[in-house]
Design a protein around this ligand. Structure first.
Ligand code: SF4
Ligand code: SF4
Length: 62
């Protein structure tokens, strides 16, 4: 779990599924195949999903 107060947020996901493959903690929550939210209880802020999203739909927010 992250205790830094930062969050990963999703905006404009195209539903390609790439980030879901790379997330080591299964923290990405989807609805209809698109990432709608990140479970910050599970997310370690490893940044792998942000790096992997070719659509630049995932962001780190303070
Ligand atoms: S930052 Fe890492 S742990 Fe958090 S959702 Fe992305 S891939 Fe998963
Ligand atoms: S990699 Fe990007 S576009 Fe693909 S499912 Fe994840 S957030 Fe959506």
């Amino acid at each position: 779990m992250s205790d830094s107060g930062n969050s990963v947020v999703s905006l404009g996901c195209k539903g390609c599924g790439t980030c879901i493959q790379v997330c080591p903690t299964n923290a990405l929550i989807t609805n209809g195949g698109k990432v709608v939210r990140v479970d910050m209880e599970k997310c370690t802020l490893c940044m792998e999903c942000i790096r992997a999203c070719s659509n630049k739909a995932l962001f780190l927010m303070d």
